[in-house]
Design a protein around this ligand. Structure first.
Ligand SMILES: Cc1cc2nc3c(=O)[nH]c(=O)nc-3n(C[C@H](O)[C@H](O)[C@H](O)COP(=O)(O)OP(=O)(O)OC[C@H]3O[C@@H](n4cnc5c(N)ncnc54)[C@H](O)[C@@H]3O)c2cc1C
Length: 465
């Protein structure tokens, strides 16, 4: 707890901004969160309708980080945690036009029909690789191929990256998109040996088990709980941040520890308010637009070049008998080589209980991404027609859905592509040039929701350091 409370403006009420606000307020600071839209949560968006639970953005979280477990506990949500159903353990990948269960253990890998005998033999090459410090970044595709061979890239990495980043492994930076793998290679050489060592070390420290989870009323419970913990009036919705002007009119420089004038717009009127500190939890496109100082410079304008592919999410409800597949898994992912119209289909009602009314099932189709941005942009009816073939051929779906919800994310997920280091450097340089400004969130700290929640706590610690 600090003895000198600051007034802190937080830009953006997504997971990062709300987590930062929560942690800063607990340390005794006065926070104001400014959010451009009329709701909190950013990419997190859950709807409950007639017995269906629809996630339009993230669908699940990866457990394993003590900070996430702590946060869930502090928010009083532990009793609402839903672990992924044991019956949903399969992860299907399409090969040869059919969903094939991906191996989840080394013995299963040896017998899996997903990979050829040659690919299985090639995988063991990784075990003999020694620690390696690379002097320059390489693509994720090249990195994984060096360790495991081309077939693992085509039928392992490619569909996985389509599901997580909606991205292209040929463009993604190995160093920035999966920094843990990059570090494992430096320390252990072999990714397999490194993963085993990391898991053992985690177990020894008593870290929570990894696994997939959600919450009884969906992931929106997290931003809602964070927002509810803040002081009344701490969040201003429909407030678009336009500019940051360091120093009050009578003070020349924010460097001397003075204030920030924050200019925000409620849709009709511009307002200016003064704060000691500014914490940005904005996505890269918004950071790029942010004007600084009286001259309105945009020091982060280059962040606009970060690729953010569009993604469409189509939540579909069917009567159980309309779907022939047992839906005994997490979902099915599509390797690019298979030339399907979707990136993946989640078996939402198999994964977590309470996602569909009794006797019905829910599927969530993800489409678009770097691979097929034009499909993501289709209106809902055309999108449904475009993905019908995948639903029919892969899952034996017949007839029209009895329920549907369409969500379109025009700039869904920042791609940590080759060269991303320049963007990270630009954000660090902007902070150095503007003391009292702190930047974090999905553009800097990782794209997964747990990483963004952790980024909020990290931002709070940096402000209080
Ligand atoms: C379709 C989809 C599926 C996903 N699936 C998963 C998943 O299954 N698991 C997982 O871990 N992660 C997933 N993610 C990623 C994860 O949800 C996001 O990376 C994370 O929620 C980002 O949080 P954030 O607070 O950093 O940014 P955001 O959620 O983007 O929040 C930023 C906020 O800033 C606001 N804002 C923007 N400009 C301004 C401005 N000028 N002034 C004021 N406010 C502004 C926005 O309106 C928004 O509310 C998914 C993302 C998407 C889009």
């Amino acid at each position: 707890m600090t003895t000198t409370p600051k007034s802190i403006a937080i830009l953006g009420a997504g997971a990062t901004g709300l987590s930062a606000a929560f942690h800063l307020e607990r340390r005794g600071h006065r926070v104001r969160v400014f959010e451009a839209t009329g709701r909190v949560g950013g990419s997190v968006r859950t709807e409950l309708s007639d017995g269906w639970l629809i996630e339009s953005g993230p669908n699940s979280l990866l457990a394993g980080e003590p900070a996430l477990t702590r946060l869930i506990d502090e928010l009083g949500l532990t009793g609402d945690v839903q672990q992924a159903s044991p019956g949903a353990k399969n992860r299907y990948i399409v090969r040869g036009g059919k969903p094939v269960a991906a191996p989840v253990s080394p013995p299963a890998f040896l017998t899996s029909p997903l990979f050829s005998f040659g690919a299985k033999l090639r995988l063991f090459g990784d075990l003999f690789m020694g620690p390696r410090v690379r002097t320059s970044d390489i693509s994720l595709h090249e990195f994984v191929r060096a360790h495991f061979g081309q077939e693992l890239v085509d039928y392992g990495l490619n569909p996985f990256v389509g599901g997580v980043y909606a991205g292209n492994p040929l463009k993604l930076s190995a160093r920035h998109s999966f920094p843990q793998l990059w570090e494992i290679e430096q320390q252990h050489g072999s990714i397999i040996r490194g993963q085993i060592a990391t898991a053992k070390a985690k177990k020894a420290t008593g870290a929570p088990k990894t696994g997939i989870f959600s919450l009884t009323r969906g992931l929106q419970m997290i931003p809602d709980a964070l927002a509810a913990r803040l002081a009344s009036g701490a969040i201003t919705l429909n407030a678009r941040i336009e500019a940051l002007v360091p120093g009050s009119p009578s003070v020349a420089s924010a460097k001397e520890g003075k204030t920030w004038n924050l200019v925000w717009n409620d849709g009709t009127t511009a307002h200016t308010e003064q704060f000691d500190t500014v914490v940005s939890a904005l996505p890269a496109p918004a950071l790029a637009q942010l004007r600084f100082g009286t001259l309105g410079e945009r020091p982060l304008a280059a962040l606009d070049t970060i690729e953010h592919p569009p993604v469409a999410s189509l939540f579909l409800g069917f009567r159980r008998e309309q779907v022939a597949h047992p839906l005994d898994g997490f979902g099915v992912l599509m390797p690019e080589l298979e030339k399907r119209s979707t990136l993946g289909i989640l078996f939402s009602s198999s994964l977590f209980p309470g996602r569909a009314p009794e006797g019905y099932v829910a599927l969530t189709v993800m489409a678009g991404g770097v691979r097929q941005p034009q499909i993501a942009r289709l209106p809902a009816d055309k999108l449904l027609s475009a993905v019908e073939q995948d639903l029919r051929e892969l899952l034996g779906v017949s007839g029209a859905p009895v329920f549907q919800r369409h969500a379109f994310w025009p700039r869904a997920i920042p791609q940590y592509n080759l060269g991303y280091g320049a963007h990270l450097d630009a954000m660090a340089a902007c902070e150095r040039a503007h003391p009292g400004l702190f930047i974090g969130g999905q553009a800097r700290d990782g794209i997964a929701l747990p990483a963004c929640l952790a980024a909020g706590e990290k931002l709070a610690s940096r402000v209080c350091a």
